[in-house]
Design a protein around this ligand. Sequence first.
Ligand SMILES: [Zn+2]
Length: 241
Amino acid sequence: MNSEKGHIHPVTHITNEMVKAFLEMGFDVAAGPELEDEYHNFDALNFPKDHPARDMQDTFWLKDIPKLLRTQTSNVQIRYMEKNKPPFKIIVPGKVFRNEATDRTHEVQFYQLEGLAVGEDVSMANLKYYLNSFLRKIFGEDVKTQFRPGYFPFVEPGVEIDLECFRCKGSGCSTCSHSGWIEVLGAGMVHPNVLRNVGIDPEKYQGFAFGVGIDRIAVLKYGVDDIRLFYNGDLRLVNQF
Ligand SMILES: [Zn+2]
């Protein structure tokens, strides 16, 4: 009998690698619902009432019940903090959904890995250490990163983390839009409002949070130039891994 061998999907493969990197640094893995309410996906995360992300154009809302498909894995931050007392360090790999047009770098469904650490004396320096260590584990010891200010409602201050373009090594090319850098992560210190919303005293505890697109890391690591290739079921792609 002639049977073909199965393969691990590249997105599964990179997810396992990313989870392993954080487990080695003492993080626990948490999970939560993909079908979520507005409170856990937006309100508790300090999104203003009129924030555009809540719009029908960006979020899949269900018709007959007041639920949505989560737009980020950050809902699990809230659910985890509602049930657990600090200190803790968790990661949340999972599926998220956005109601938007698809192109080379966007899909309506994709994977994110969320991170959250809360405790006494947790600082931006800790965040930087963990994220740099993570990126080195995935992309190699000589990877270069830059942290620059960014805005997300649930962190203050917020940062965006770029990786030096692996193709042109910083000199500028079409992959990095000629900037020499590729954005890979959003992060920051957990906003005091978010801690208050789950009953954690922001005077006593601080936290950092981050989110990274798993597909985005897979695209960069494997040099696949269209994210949609991961999901169209074409075995010619999957069989290469
Ligand atoms: Zn480049």
